[in-house]
Design a protein around this ligand. Structure first.
Ligand code: SF4
Length: 337
């Protein structure tokens, strides 16, 4: 489906019957294009060290009052085996930009995970040189996730003192060129964003032809420079954005991101009924979870990996959906072959 900027804006302002129709249509488009299966991708937060200081991030390097940790290989492999046991078919290896997670170390880790499990591997380890990405792909990495948060040059610069928008967008293109499934997305309500800017962002993100679209609301973290800001939008807008993204990107994988549970009880369930088709349970060992809070009141901090897995399986069944049994690779990548 194609929508003009004016039409997107009008959907962002939808209320009553019009809003119900948007949610219904997004759910229908999801069902027709990516089916009823919900893929479980376990997030493993392997390190909260980061050399950068993004102004919204709860693990930015300038925050000194958190315990920094880095999981070791044995812990990571064990967590991956636990994920498989709990019906997850992808591990998302996520961390800050940590120099100790070197090209060689991650390459070896990918090989080990592939040898010892059947999991697909998504990496989310920040900005990396092209040769590193190619090496990781050759070792077996299937996907890479890096958000750009805002395509408005001023808003991007305000949020990212250590990054450059052109470099970030080139990085996403590089992923597509080397044939690794690419995931990206933006923050809804990043400080300075207007409703018109949000409509533009939706269209820009859709133009990237992404395999996976990860979008979440901006939630101010009190220990960051953006802690004094607030999200300019009503929480209903957050849901509308996902539904519109589904209409514009029928075949993309769209996760129901954790932050939706932080803004509304059962927010992730609702999102699965309004366009999303992927669930990313937290699979990080419980002892590390409290040290990886990118935003405050992050859900599932006190639970274990098994607790989260059981909970998510119940949630999916409760809304009449099925757990995806294959690796849930990109439908767009399959079409490109
Ligand atoms: S958003 Fe990513 S790159 Fe930026 S400070 Fe946080 S972990 Fe580091």
């Amino acid at each position: 489906m194609n929508l003009t900027e004016k039409e997107v804006l009008s959907l962002l302002k939808a209320e009553g019957k019009e809003l119900a129709a948007l949610y219904k249509q997004a759910d229908q488009v999801r069902q027709e294009n990516v089916g009823d299966e919900v893929y479980l991708r376990g997030i493993l937060e392997v390190s909260n060290y980061c050399k950068k200081s993004c102004n919204y991030c709860g693990i930015r390097s300038k925050i000194k009052n958190i315990t920094r940790y880095r999981m070791d290989t044995t812990e990571i492999i064990q967590a991956c085996k636990d994920m498989e046991r709990n019906k997850m078919t992808t591990v998302v290896i996520q961390g800050g930009e940590d120099a100790k997670l070197s090209k060689e170390y991650i390459g070896e880790l990918i090989r080990k995970i592939k040898k010892e499990t059947k999991l697909a591997i998504t990496l989310s380890l920040g900005d990396q040189p092209k040769d590193t990405l190619i090496h990781w792909k050759n070792c077996g990495a299937d996907r890479y996730l890096i958000r750009y948060e805002s395509s408005d040059p001023d808003l991007f610069a305000k949020a990212h003192p250590d990054d450059d928008l052109t470099t970030r967008l080139t990085f996403i293109k590089t992923l597509q060129e080397i044939g690794i499934q690419a995931g990206s997305g933006f923050l809804i309500g990043i400080p300075g964003q207007t409703i018109e800017g949000l409509a533009k962002e939706i269209l820009f993100c859709s133009s990237l032809n992404l395999d996976m679209i990860g979008i979440g609301p901006f939630i101010p973290h009190p220990d960051t420079p953006f802690g004094i800001e607030s999200n300019p939008f009503d929480k209903e807008v957050f849901f509308k954005v996902i539904s519109i993204m589904r209409l514009l990107n029928p075949k993309a994988h769209i996760p129901s991101t954790t932050a939706f549970d932080a803004i509304q009880p059962n927010g992730r369930n609702l999102l699965l009924q309004r366009g999303a088709n992927v669930f990313m349970p937290n699979a990080t060992p419980q002892k590390y979870r409290k040290f990886y809070q990118l935003y405050p009141n992050k859900p599932c901090i006190d639970e274990s990996g098994d607790d989260c897995a059981k909970c998510v399986q119940g949630r999916i069944v409760s809304i009449g959906r099925k757990i995806g049994t294959d690796q849930g690779h990109s439908l767009l990548a399959k079409e490109k072959k």
